[in-house]
Design a protein around this ligand. Structure first.
Ligand code: GLN
Length: 486
C-alpha cells in the first residue's frame, strides 16, 4: 500500500481492495516504526486521521467519494490546523494550538483527504536543510547521513520513505522544489497567488506559496486542483478559474520549446548533477521537444535581492511574536520591555534571529532606500529576465539544486547555505511556477530536474513533467530504507 501513488490508491479504494481506515492504519504503523530514525513528523494526529478515514469510507459506501476521498497525506507544520499544534518548527509556537484551519487545510478536508500529521521543517521556513528546526534535523531516507533539504524537509522525507503518499509544503525561495529534489520526489511551487496563503504562518509574504509534494506529477495535478483558487481572506490570491490540471497531462510534447538558462549550467554546478540534468533534457528531445540556450542575465543578483527582501518581510511578520498574544512567554518578566526581549530571545532560534536583525536593519531609516528599495528594483529586472525568456521558449529547464543532498552538518556557514538556492530563488522573486521531478542519482542521492513556466502555466508544467515520468522510472525508485523496513 505504501508504495502506491495517490491515483493508484484511489483506484484501489474504489475497487474495494482495502478501506481508507486500513490504509491509514498501515501508514500510521509505518510512521510509528520508521519515523524514530527520520524525524519527519512533529505531530501525529492519530485520532483525527482515523475519524477522517472512517468518514471517507462512509462517503465511498454512499457513492459520494471524490477523487481524493480517503487518501492520506501530511501537512507541513506551517499550516494552521484547528485543534492541532502548529509549531512552524519553532520553540516560539511549541504550545500553539491553532483555533482555525488554513484555507489549504479547509479545502483538503472538504476534498475528503486524511491528514496523518504535521511534518518537520526549518524554523519559520528559514533554511535549506531542515537543520534549523527546534525539533531536531530530519534525515534523508536515501542516506541517513544526508539532509533531506529544506525548509519542507519533513514533508519530502515522509513521502520518500513511504510514510505518506503526498504532503503539503511551502516555497518562499525553493522550499518545495529543493527538498523534493534531495529526496527523489515531485514538488510543485505554483504561481504566486494561485493558492491562498490564509492560515499559512507568514515568512516573506510577497514570496510564500503553498504547493503539493508527491511521487508523481499526476498526483501533484490532483492536489493542486484541490487547493488552488481565489480566497477572499487572502487579497493576494488571484481571481482566476481553476482548470482541471489532470486534463492536459497526456498532451504530446511535439514542438515544445525548451530553454536552458546558461547561468544555470555554470560555475558551482556539480558535474554529476549536470550530467544527469542533460540526460534528462535529452529525453525531452526524444519526445519531440527542441532545446536552445537562453540567458537570464540578472541571475547572480537573485540571492542578494532575496536576502534583503525576505528578511525585511520576515522581521515585520515575526514582530507579532511578542510574548503577549502568541506562543512562548518568558517567566516572571520585570516589565513589558523585559517580557518582549526575553520571550523573543528564548523563543527564536539563531537563524531566525539573524534574519530579524538583517530585516530590521535594511528597513530602518537611512538604509531603506539603499537596501530594500534597491532590492525591489533588482527584483523587477529578475522578473523581466523570465518574461523575456518566455517570449522565446515555452519552458525553462535546469538542475533544481547545484549539488545532491549534502551531509548533515556540512554547511556550517550561513552564506554557503544561502548559495544552495541559486536556481530556485529567482523563481519566487518573479512569481512564476516551477516543478522539480526526479531525474537520476549521484551515488545513492537523488537529483532533481527543475522545469519553469510563465505565470499560471501549471497545467503545462504538469503535462511536461508527466510525459517525462511516462518515459523514465526515476520517480518509481524507492530508498532501501523504506523497503527494508516494510
Ligand atoms: N532556503 C531559503 C531560505 O532559507 C528558502 C526557504 C523557503 O523557501 N521557505 O530562506
Amino acid at each position: 500500500m505504501h508504495d502506491k501513488t495517490l491515483v493508484e490508491l484511489a483506484r484501489a479504494l474504489d475497487a474495494g481492495e482495502f478501506s481508507s481506515r486500513e490504509l491509514t492504519q498501515h501508514l500510521l504503523g509505518r510512521i510509528d516504526r520508521l519515523d524514530g530514525d527520520l524525524n519527519s513528523f512533529i505531530s501525529i494526529t492519530f485520532d483525527q486521521a482515523l475519524a477522517a478515514a472512517d468518514a471517507a469510507d462512509a462517503a465511498r459506501a454512499k457513492g459520494s467519494a471524490g477523487p481524493l476521498t480517503g487518501l492520506p497525506l501530511a501537512l507541513k507544520d506551517i499550516f494552521c490546523t484547528r485543534g492541532v499544534k502548529t509549531s512552524c518548527g519553532s520553540k516560539m509556537l511549541d504550545s500553539f494550538v491553532s483555533p482555525y484551519d488554513a484555507t489549504v487545510v479547509e479545502k483538503l478536508n472538504a476534498a475528503g483527504t486524511v491528514s496523518l500529521g504535521k511534518t518537520n521543517m526549518d524554523e519559520f521556513a528559514m533554511g535549506s536543510s531542515n537543520e534549523n528546526s527546534h525539533y531536531g534535523p530530519v534525515k534523508n531516507p536515501w542516506d541517513l547521513a544526508a539532509v533531506p533539504g529544506g525548509s519542507s524537509g519533513g514533508s519530502a522525507a515522509a513521502v520518500a520513505a513511504g510514510l505518506v503518499p503526498a504532503a503539503m509544503g511551502t516555497d518562499t525561495g525553493g522550499s518545495i522544489r529543493q527538498p523534493a529534489a534531495f529526496c527523489g520526489i515531485t514538488g510543485l511551487k505554483p504561481t504566486y497567488g494561485r493558492v491562498s496563503r490564509y492560515g499559512i504562518i507568514a515568512y516573506a509574504s510577497s514570496l510564500d506559496q503553498a504547493g503539493p509534494m508527491a511521487r508523481t506529477a499526476e498526483d501533484c495535478a490532483l492536489l493542486l486542483g484541490a487547493i488552488a483558487g481565489h480566497d477572499l481572506r487572502d487579497s493576494t490570491s488571484v481571481a482566476r478559474g481553476v482548470p482541471d490540471y489532470s486534463e492536459e497531462l497526456d498532451a504530446p510534447l511535439n514542438g515544445l520549446k525548451i530553454g536552458l538558462p546558461s547561468e544555470y549550467f555554470g560555475d558551482g554546478l556539480d558535474p554529476a548533477v549536470e550530467k544527469a540534468t542533460r540526460e534528462a533534457i535529452a529525453v525531452f528531445e526524444s519526445l519531440g521537444a527542441s532545446v536552445r540556450e537562453v540567458s537570464l542575465p540578472h541571475t547572480h543578483y537573485a540571492i542578494p535581492a532575496y536576502y534583503v527582501i525576505a528578511p525585511a518581510e520576515a522581521s515585520s511578520n515575526l514582530s507579532r511574536y511578542d510574548g503577549v498574544r502568541f506562543g512562548h512567554r518568558c517567566n516572571n518578566p520585570a516589565d513589558l520591555v523585559d517580557l518582549y526581549k526575553r520571550s523573543r530571545a528564548e523563543g527564536f532560534g539563531d537563524e531566525v534571529k539573524r534574519r530579524i536583525l538583517i530585516g530590521t536593519h535594511t528597513l530602518s531609516e537611512g538604509f531603506f532606500d539603499a537596501y530594500y528599495k534597491k532590492a525591489q528594483q533588482v527584483r523587477r529586472l529578475i522578473r523581466q529576465d523570465f518574461l523575456d525568456a518566455f517570449q522565446e521558449v515555452d519552458v525553462l529547464m535546469g538542475p533544481t539544486s547545484p549539488t545532491p543532498a549534502f551531509d548533515l552538518g556540512a554547511n556550517k556557514d550561513p552564506v554557503s547555505m544561502y548559495l544552495q538556492d541559486i536556481y530556485t530563488i529567482a523563481v519566487n522573486l518573479a512569481g512564476i511556477p516551477g516543478i522539480s521531478v526526479p531525474a537520476g542519482f549521484v551515488g545513492s542521492r537523488p537529483v532533481g530536474l527543475q522545469i519553469l513556466g510563465s505565470h499560471f502555466t501549471e497545467a503545462r508544467l504538469l503535462n511536461v513533467a508527466h510525459r517525462f515520468q511516462q518515459a523514465t522510472d526515476w520517480h518509481r525508485r524507492r530508498p532501501a530504507f523504506a523497503e527494508e523496513n516494510a
